[in-house]
Design a protein around this ligand. Structure first.
Ligand code: SAH
Length: 247
């Protein structure tokens, strides 16, 4: 039997946002390696899988990436149906690309299964249309966190005029604000900060770019959260657009 691994997105948290394809992979799985941003409720679809948690949160040290790679390889070579379950989409800040390449280089077949990424889900759950005719012609997904010292071209993002969705930004709010203001973004640009998107404990905090750090502190915003920065995140702007459209 040829070795195969499914790299599956579990979506943002709400188990009903799982794809049918993800459910099918879980039903067939012998082994599931699960990340800690995945809602364990989705495991109800497993028939008899061995579940291994390879989380990086909760104060624990990260499971080394190399260890996760080797675990997948070992089970796949045993002919087991291996599902690597990741929060959101496996290829949006999820190392899906790295893991797929590593496995394929070792002769393992890989199938990627989309999940709904938290940035898109969070906005929609808060009634924020990330693109909107006449307001936002695009959306840019970025991470505020890097493992190397590389930095984003914040000026280009500020000038680009698309809605920005920032992942892993909670600890970097001050830096994000400074960079975008320096890049020329308006101080009153609306910002929505969405914690635990799509889960019952979802919370949202609205602010302006200039005030977002203080607003998040007062709100006690915690990870996981995404930031939506752009006109579409402004309730007032949205109301006036709706009024203009119906006039
Ligand atoms: N692959 C994942 C992202 C992993 S990076 C995806 O596609 O969603 C981890 C970051 O994702 C977190 O720091 C946070 O910014 C975001 N995130 C994941 N789940 C979230 C949720 N339920 N609500 C808000 N943000 C979330």
């Amino acid at each position: 039997m040829s070795a195969k691994v499914w790299l599956v997105g579990a979506g943002p948290g709400d188990p009903e946002l799982l794809t049918l394809k993800a459910v099918r992979a879980l039903q067939a799985a012998h082994v599931v390696l699960i990340d800690d941003l995945v809602n364990p409720a989705v495991l109800e679809h497993c028939a008899s899988a061995r579940v291994i948690t390879v989380g990086k949160r909760g104060g624990c040290r990260s499971t080394p990436q190399e260890f996760i790679h080797r675990l997948m390889l070992r089970y796949a070579r045993q002919g087991k149906c291996v599902v690597r379950l990741k929060g959101g989409d496996p290829c949006i800040f999820g190392r899906g690309g790295e893991e797929a390449t590593w496995l394929r280089e070792r002769g393992v077949e890989v199938e990627l299964v989309n999940g709904i990424t938290s940035g898109l889900a969070g906005a929609t759950q808060c009634d924020i249309p990330l693109t909107l005719r006449g307001v936002s012609r695009g959306v840019t997904l970025v991470t505020a966190h890097t493992q190397d010292d590389s930095s984003l071209n914040w000026r280009a993002l500020a000038e680009g005029g698309t809605t920005l969705v920032v992942y892993m930004g909670v600890a970097k709010l001050d830096e994000i604000r400074e960079q975008l203001l320096n890049g020329g973004m308006a101080a009153d640009m609306p910002v929505a900060m969405i914690e635990n998107a799509s889960l019952p404990q979802q919370r949202e905090c609205r602010s302006s770019l200039a005030a977002m750090h203080e607003a998040a502190t007062a709100f006690a915003l915690k990870s996981p959260a995404i930031l939506v920065i752009g006109q579409v995140a402004g309730a007032a702007q949205m109301a006036s657009i709706a009024a203009a459209a119906s006039a």
